[in-house]
Design a protein around this ligand. Structure first.
Ligand code: G6P
Length: 616
């Protein structure tokens, strides 16, 4: 959700800023721009569309300077135009700013500034911020690093909303300033150089030493030093975090897209989600990161799971898992709704927030609201040291490696795996016997191998996907554990191929959705050989009776009936009902990927989406 990069040091800023933008492009790719300072000379280039458009401009006019900021945009205020692209200038044209977030009172501030004679060139809230800071600086007599920071503090006190910003000013050319409230920002520490970025992926090629900024903090970068202070100007002690292993993860390797690379990683990532966390001796899962004793875990009366997008679908699988394996009443709530609802939560309600990035604004808001109400709130995150991971009271890391494809794939199966471990742990503290726990562990241990089998189906699924790629509407049906998988399959298809896809509990078909069924509307049924298999068969019959093409996911050894009525049957290995979601998701990910490919869609950068949504 908008990517920011800042640089100041002994090298040319432009290539570093541009490379950082490529790394952050998954946060938004509506437009991009760069500003560099060469002494007091400020140069700006920006372009709507992909970063390649900006590169074309740079090829014609190289940007000089060892100091600069850059931005890749996901539009919130104002269309995708040259004027609305960042960096934005203040009224004097000497301050350039890039912004991620939403300034909620921008209209009022803009009115006030216009009355004072300010002219705005864009429709963005960000330009208002640039003017506000520039104005505060212009009012101060002395032009120094300190007065620019003071001006920023003054301006930010007038602002409602969220921001991660980076700015430069021609009056203090050896300085880049960043500030954060609600939108992530991280400082990279190099040798005689410093970096600023929305996330570490833009820094790992240059440094492993980073400092994560907290809300209401300002960082001032100079070539050989930096300072971190709050809005009142007080400095704070900081911890330098040393990053590990990310550079390799960000490589696409031999794969044409991140999405397909990440789909193929799932045997490994599901294994990583379980590694060291299963104890055959105690027939349970060991999740030290929860930081709760067995006595505390036993006292839990209720669980609330919250997340957005695919994370919400994983949470919905979690609801089935926790209720059936641990028999704890569980509720899922969209993170975006959580803080605006007054969900009845008893004293002993435990809250989990799920987020691959650990930066999703809605999920972070749900975490904070839950903590404000005094509930222990745990995170299930992939990005180590992300804001959600840092602010939660404990949690479980996915260890899935960087997920770059905008459509979540491996993070989803990792989340479901972790929720299964949590259900096992809580079940074993309550009513699950040791032999039942052992059985679950043995089943979990076979998952990576079974995932490998599912991954071998890619060519078969590609052929089916190509055949139906021209459909305008597709339906995804599943029941019980696999109802959320129907939602996830439909979401994947919508996200990357733009086909109108909807997921439903299979039996809901007859209550309305069936009106969409005809020869041109394919239905995908997730129909493993589980407790509701025969019910799914009845629903498939209802579709076939109306000549709707049906693609079914069935269980090896139990597909004869499906084969007799469906147009295509994709066979997944046999596994207990509660583990079918993990195996059933993968064919649907392939289906979405190959459909998008057949339609010529930009799989890793789907229209209008961003990987990490850091605005509310
Ligand atoms: C965005 C992405 C989705 C993702 C959701 C939650 O909307 O496009 O693919 O599932 O955010 O992301 P998170 O990082 O919190 O898991």
């Amino acid at each position: 959700m908008c990517g920011i990069v800042g640089y100041l040091g002994n090298k040319d800023a432009m290539p570093i800023l541009l490379e950082g933008l490529h790394r952050l492009e998954y946060r938004g790719y509506d437009s991009s721009g760069i500003a560099t300072l060469d002494g007091k000379k400020l140069s700006i280039l920006k372009a709507p569309g992909r970063i390649s458009n900006l590169e074309e401009l740079i090829a014609k006019k190289n940007l000089q300077g060892h100091v600069g900021i850059s931005h890749t945009r996901w539009a919130t205020h104002g269309e995708v135009t040259y004027q609305n692209a960042h960096p934005h200038l203040d009224a004097s044209g000497r301050l350039a700013l890039v912004h991620n977030g939403v300034i909620e009172n921008y209209a009022k501030l803009r009115d006030q500034l216009e009355k004072e004679g300010h002219t705005f060139h864009s429709q963005t809230d960000s330009e208002v911020l640039a003017h506000l800071i520039g104005r505060a600086f212009d009012l101060l007599e002395e032009k120094s690093e300190q007065t620019l920071i003071t001006a920023l503090q003054d301006a930010l006190r007038r602002v409602d909303g969220t921001y991660g910003i980076a700015l430069v000013h021609t009056e203090v050319p050896e300085l880049v300033i960043g500030a954060r409230r609600g939108s992530p920002l991280v400082l990279g520490i190099g040798k005689e150089e410093h970096f600023l970025a929305s996330d570490v992926s833009a820094l790992v090629m240059h440094t492993r030493d980073v400092v994560y900024l907290n809300d209401y903090e300002i960082v001032a970068l100079r070539p050989d030093s930096f300072t971190i202070s709050n809005l009142q100007g007080d400095g704070r002690p900081y911890n330098i975090t040393t990053l590990d292993g990310l550079a390799h993860d960000m490589d696409k390797g031999a794969y044409p897209h991140y999405m397909i690379k990440e789909i193929f990683e799932q045997a490994h990532t599901v294994h990583e989600a379980m590694r060291g966390r299963l104890s055959l001796e105690e027939a349970t899962a060991k999740l030290g990161g929860l930081e709760m004793s067995n006595a505390q875990l036993r006292d839990i009366e209720r669980i609330v799971l919250s997340g957005c997008g695919s994370a919400m679908h994983a949470a919905m699988v979690g609801e089935y898992l926790l209720e059936s394996l641990a028999q704890i009443p569980t509720e899922c709530e969209f993170a975006s709704e959580f803080r605006y609802r007054n969900l009845p939560m008893t004293k002993d309600t435990l809250v989990f927030v799920l987020s691959q990035s650990g930066e999703t604004a809605d999920t972070l808001a749900a975490l904070r609201e839950s903590q404000r109400k005094g509930h222990r709130t745990l995170g299930i995150c992939n990005n180590v040291a992300s804001t959600i991971a840092r602010e939660s009271n404990g949690g479980v890391y996915m260890h899935a490696g960087a997920e770059i494809g905008v459509a979540a794939t491996k993070s989803f199966t990792s989340q479901v795996t972790i929720l299964t471990l949590i259900a096992l742990l809580l079940g074993r503290i309550r009513h699950l016997s040791s032999s039942e726990g052992t059985k679950i562990i043995h089943q979990l241990e076979t998952l990576p191998e079974k995932i490998e089998e599912v991954l071998r189906l890619h060519e078969e699924i590609e052929a089916i996907a190509r055949r139906y790629a021209s459909a305008r509407v597709m339906l995804f049906m599943g029941r019980q554990f696999n109802y959320p998988i129907a939602l996830e399959g439909a979401l994947k298809l919508k996200e990357v191929s733009y086909i109108a896809a909807s997921g439903y509990p299979s039996a809901e078909l007859k209550h309305g959705v069936i009106a969409l069924v005809n020869e041109e509307t394919p239905s995908i049924f997730i129909a493993p050989h589980d407790a509701v298999f025969s019910k799914n068969i009845s629903s498939i019959q209802e579709v076939k009776a109306r000549r709707g093409p049906v693609i079914a996911l069935g269980t090896e050894g139990h597909c004869a009936e499906l084969e007799s009525i469906c147009d295509h049957v994709i066979t997944i290995p046999s596994t207990p009902d509660y583990l079918t979601p993990i195996l059933a998701t993968i064919p649907l990910q392939f289906f979405a990927y190959y459909t998008a490919l057949a339609l010529g869609c930009d799989v890793d950068k789907p229209r209008n989406l961003a990987k990490s949504v850091t605005v509310e």
